[in-house]
Write a protein that binds this ligand. Structure first.
Ligand code: NAD
Ligand code: DAO
Ligand code: ZN
Length: 383
């Protein structure tokens, strides 16, 4: 299926170093693979996390990027679910049930979206067919690892077929629906799939980046009547209220009280549901312990640094709290993404509002700076 393509990519040569935009060669897709021309990327905190050296699976040099949209350039042998010209969203969380001869146990199970079809390879930064990456440096032919099976910080990328979701609707703007490849879908799904928030519930959301705000948006949609937004940055109050939060609190202003005590006092015993969207193990504890005993459920959404551990007193669980977590909001990616696109096209989401900045792809390091400064929900980069 075609020839190697030489193009630009932002390569992460080492942790904590700025990305370098260099010429790379992208090999043709092999059996079961798809080569995609990426049109738009959004930066997610998880890219920054891996670049920061906090990801135990992070392999360097690599091409990061996992929240993107583009067009299929060519497909490898045996690929049936997409063809050249299709508008697609690469998914770091694959889904194999409708493609694989023997679907994985997770894709056929109603309770999981953690497809295992290519998981071992995406974790190792390579492709399943031959255990190698499809990227090499144009200058010396050395290999560059993939990241999360997507590696969208490249004009062209190669992904497994099981990781390619159709956009579906021809009118859907790729520069907006690229956000559905990760953060916003994750927040929506955390509320609707993982927690299953019901009408009249009380909710606390810790961390008001795109992921936390998507939890707030979905909690409103689910009919939650009390939504307490928690962030250390006061500038997040306005956007949290705009999204539907009824209260905003800043834990740096609690004096000697902790968040769980303050939120329990505000709600006469604790919230029905909480969401940790920061990636900090101390916040995860607060999020669990601010839930009401008897039935409160806390969902871990944030990704904590490699090697860190969570803790609480077992009594917190003995007394009826539930601690759970979510990846991609529990959505079975390839079948859910086109439905999320339709939901957006129906006009009843705040998806556009998450895009606070737009830049050209070669400004990618500036975009990472914005993310660290807390001024940006999502920055969309165009090639
Ligand atoms: P972000 O950096 O834009 O937002 C994080 C927010 O947390 C910021 O507003 C920041 O001010 C706030 N914050 C920092 N420390 C805090 C504290 N101690 N208490 C309260 N608030 C605090 O990040 P994002 O892109 O919204 O991602 C959020 C988290 O979700 C990250 O850890 C990311 O890796 C993770 N994530 C998980 C999934 C998944 O599938 N589980 C998907 C996407 C992102
Ligand atoms: O082990 O099967 C598995 C799933 C591994 C991937 C889990 C991803 C968790 C969240 C990632 C952050 C978002 C980009
Ligand atoms: Zn699967």
């Amino acid at each position: 299926a075609g020839e190697p393509i030489a193009c630009k990519a932002a390569v992460a040569f080492a942790p904590r170093e700025p990305l370098r935009i260099v010429d790379v060669v992208v090999a043709p897709p092999q059996a079961g693979e798809v080569r995609i021309k990426i049109a738009y990327n959004a930066l997610c905190h998880t890219d920054a996390y891996t670049l920061g050296g906090h990801d135990s699976e992070g392999k360097f040099p690599c091409i990061l990027g996992h929240e993107a949209a583009g067009t299929v350039e060519s497909v490898g042998e045996g690929v049936t679910s997409c063809k050249a010209g299709d508008r697609v969203i690469p998914c770091y969380q694959a889904y194999c049930a409708d493609i694989a001869k023997e679907p994985c146990a997770h894709c056929v199970h109603p309770k999981s979206n953690l497809c295992q079809a290519v998981r071992a390879y995406t974790g190792a930064g390579v492709m399943k067919n031959d255990g190698k990456p499809r990227f090499t440096l144009a200058s010396d032919g050395s290999e560059i690892f993939h990241f999360m099976g997507t590696s969208t910080f490249s004009e062209y990328t190669v992904v497994h077929e099981v990781a390619v979701a159709q956009v579906g609707n021809d009118e859907a703007p790729l520069d907006k629906v690229c956000l559905l490849g990760c953060g916003v879908s994750t927040g929506w799904g955390a509320v609707h799939n993982t927690a299953r928030v019901e009408e009249g519930s009380s909710v606390a959301v810790f961390g008001l980046g795109a992921v936390g705000l998507a939890c707030v948006e979905a909690a409103v949609e689910a009919g939650a009547t009390r939504i307490i937004a928690v962030d250390t940055n006061d500038e997040k109050e306005a956007v949290a209220r705009e999204f539907g939060a009824t209260d905003f609190v800043n834990p740096t202003k609690f004096g000697d009280k902790n968040s769980q005590t303050v939120i329990a006092e505000m709600t006469d015993g604790g919230v029905d549901y909480s969401f940790e969207c920061v990636g900090n193990v101390n916040v995860m504890r607060s999020a669990l312990e601010c839930c009401r005993k008897g039935w409160g459920t806390s969902v871990i959404v944030g990704v904590a640094a490699a090697g860190t551990e969570i803790s609480t007193r077992p009594f917190q669980l003995v007394t009826g709290r539930t601690w759970k977590g979510t990846a991609f909001g529990g959505y079975k990616s390839r079948i859910a993404v086109p439905k999320l696109v339709e939901k957006y096209m129906g006009g009843n989401t705040k998806l556009d509002r998450y895009i606070t900045h737009r830049m050209k792809f070669d400004q990618i390091n500036e975009a990472f700076e914005l993310l660290h400064e807390g001024k940006c929900l999502r920055c969309v980069l165009s090639f």
